[in-house]
Write a protein that binds this ligand. Structure first.
Ligand SMILES: [Zn+2]
Length: 320
């Protein structure tokens, strides 16, 4: 790793803020995974208790017919139709904005996580558990499923911040923004006072956001009282890992936006150009993101498909 590149990046206060905010999202994800996993099992059990006919003995009779796609799902058998009804009963989205394409309905009677994915954002079909999900996936589940008893405004505030982090084309946020994020994230964490692992992350996030976040470089003397456990001091390797994870999530978000034609192709191109320029100057990050960039580039190389009136006339996710 080229230390001077990292040092130069962190000299920019607003970029450092962006990475700090991303670190908060990773801490948030870490403390939510176990809790969400347990609650999803409890939710599935409660559904089966209320409707025993939906349990492991229920067999989907649709075979490969009528698989869900994006927001579309036309059940082809009685079991799937009943499951769809149950899921919608517990979904807080009033406009039916459900990403059925995440789910394999044939697994609903036996796999709680396949049910959970109906309450999550697009693009999660291949995720088999909370440990594979990012913060926004878990937050969206908590927000969209009425099994979770929380003040939903506090959840959506954090989701909004997360989207601002990921959509920041310059990969920078101001210190004022970061302070506001801290308040919103702590309002959210306060909703879980009886979950010890979530309470524990509260002080870590507070320390992280209020500290100068000194990065320990191996050639320097170790600062006095440096405590790695608090997460205030990080090694350059740890910072690099956080940056990499954050950039990967940003690129994946860009990929899903482009694929779903959620934003104009020009906007995607502009954002991609900024990232490319950034990576040109930062070889240490560039090497780890080659695959992600290629995936995006290959999508960009089909402009006629993305631009065609036909494609736009169809469903937002592409082919019907
Ligand atoms: Zn079925």
């Amino acid at each position: 790793m080229v230390l001077s590149e990292l040092a130069a990046r962190l000299n920019c206060a607003e970029y450092k803020n962006w990475v700090k905010a991303g670190h908060c999202l990773l801490l948030l994800r870490g403390c939510l995974q176990g809790f969400v996993g347990r609650e999803v099992l409890a939710f599935h059990r409660s559904l089966l208790a209320a409707a025993p006919g939906l349990g492991p003995l229920a067999t989907c009779r649709s075979g490969s017919r009528g698989s869900p796609r994006a927001r579309q799902f036309q059940p082809q058998c009685q079991v799937c139709a009943e499951w769809k009804r149950e899921i919608l009963k517990h979904h807080t989205s009033k406009n039916g904005d459900v990403h059925w394409g995440n789910c394999r309905p044939v697994r609903w009677p036996v796999d709680a996580w396949e049910v959970a994915k109906a309450f999550m954002p697009r693009g999660l079909a291949d995720k088999t558990g909370p440990e594979e999900c990012d913060a926004v996936a878990l937050l969206s589940l908590i927000n969209s499923c009425d099994h979770f008893e929380v003040d939903r405004k506090k959840v959506t505030e954090v989701i909004k911040c997360r989207n601002e982090i990921m959509h920041s084309s310059e990969m920078k946020v101001s210190s004022v923004w970061l302070r506001d994020f801290q308040i919103k994230i702590q309002n959210f964490l306060n909703e879980f006072k009886n979950i010890p692992e979530i309470v524990a992350v509260y002080s870590r996030i507070e320390q992280l956001l209020t500290s100068d976040w000194a990065v320990y470089m191996p050639e320097e003397d170790q600062p006095d009282g440096c405590d790695y456990e608090t997460g205030v001091y990080l090694s350059e390797h740890q910072v690099n890992e956080i940056e990499m994870e954050l950039l990967k999530e940003k690129l994946q978000e860009l990929y899903l936006q482009a694929k779903g034609q959620e934003v104009l192709p020009e906007e995607i191109l502009n954002q991609l150009e900024v990232v490319k320029e950034f990576l040109r100057n930062n070889e240490d990050l560039r090497n780890g993101l080659t695959e992600d960039m290629q995936k995006l580039d290959s999508l960009q190389q089909q402009p006629q498909k993305l631009d065609s009136k036909e494609a736009r006339a169809q469903t937002p996710e592409g082919k019907a």
